[in-house]
Design a protein around this ligand. Sequence first.
Ligand SMILES: Cc1cc2nc3c(=O)[nH]c(=O)nc-3n(C[C@H](O)[C@H](O)[C@H](O)COP(=O)(O)OP(=O)(O)OC[C@H]3O[C@@H](n4cnc5c(N)ncnc54)[C@H](O)[C@@H]3O)c2cc1C
Length: 379
Amino acid sequence: MDINIVGGGPGGLFISYLIKKRFPQWTVRVFEQNDAGATYGWGVVFSDVALSFLQKSDPAFFQRFTADHVHSDYMEIVHRGVHVPIHGNRFSRVARIALLQFLHVECRSAGVELLFNTRVDDLRALRQADLVVVADGVNSRIRTQHAQAFKPSFVQRRNKFAWYGTRKLFHAVSLIFRETEFGVFIAHSYQYSDQMSTFLIETDPETWARAGLGEMNDADSRIFCEKVFADDLDGNGLLSNKSTWFEALTVKNENWHHENMVLIGDALRSVHFSLGSGTRMAMEDSIALHEGLCAHTTDLAAAFGHFEASRRTASDRFQQAAAKSLDWYENVGDKRHLDPIAFTYDYMRRTGRVTHDDLRKRDPEFVRQYELLYGEAVN
Ligand SMILES: Cc1cc2nc3c(=O)[nH]c(=O)nc-3n(C[C@H](O)[C@H](O)[C@H](O)COP(=O)(O)OP(=O)(O)OC[C@H]3O[C@@H](n4cnc5c(N)ncnc54)[C@H](O)[C@@H]3O)c2cc1C
């Protein structure tokens, strides 16, 4: 089979690796518009639960994949300057560029052709291949060009984000809420290497406008944010990687495939970074599509059917949970009156997927503190 893959993010690279490893006689090409050393943002985080799919599907690959990850076994909520640790949540973190470059090595050793600095503007020539995997991200150009076929729908979320890095090392995955005269600013921060942490800042559009961030250039925005989080950064600055303000776009598609094309990863469905699972979802798509191709090597329609059957329910459920999480962040101003324990409790239960008993299993001491103040909560 001859396979073209548009987009060399985690989704496009992982599917190409899986296919080429299993079917060395097939031709697998990845078209990536950027240079091999370029990426957006800083580090990404996975929960251990989120990565268990990889451990199950390929233990040896999992070992290599996580070898350089930074691990922690708790998170921390900072509200009114009080740090509330929550145990029983294990995370691994890695620089996004390190993750991509790891996948480049795996792909090359399997025999995938990686074509960098190769932007696909017109799919016509590529469609002569037997299979075209569309993995060109949340703003997928290919999906737009074939919108009639895929029928995408979009929800533009309201909060503003800027993705910075910093040399201050946040060992725990830390969610820091800082109140200012303009409103609440949130930092999602975690160490992802021995020298660096991600520092993703979020705020609602009203706070953003009142603070004058709409009129500031990128450098002044960064300096403003350094001041908001001065107590947390301990004298460290924020570092920019084209860190301009943006809003999250939630995408889903009515049709996941069309003729010989199939969507995966963010091009198929985006999940919000407040649940830190977009990379994982893209990789799970790759595994399911690969399994479909293994089960139906000569029948593309059946392979696509297998892929969709194994992913659609999980994908929809995850987007619903992500939407609840987003609602929580977008309305965090209403929670400001809560003391740090109640605030943390409310945060932990925001998606409706974690019960009081789940929380007790994860961190009995935290639940004991909560119950001392508020009694036993309803599951
Ligand atoms: C602020 C932020 C924080 C995040 N944090 C996390 C996190 O902590 N954990 C997590 O799991 N996920 C996180 N994510 C989500 C994660 O980055 C995405 O879900 C994941 O990268 C999706 O992988 P993908 O391969 O589908 O798409 P992408 O990673 O977007 O890759 C698409 C690739 O296609 C290329 N491309 C686009 N158009 C073309 C074209 N026309 N021709 C050729 N190439 C093209 C792009 O250059 C890009 O390399 C975060 C996202 C953001 C924005």
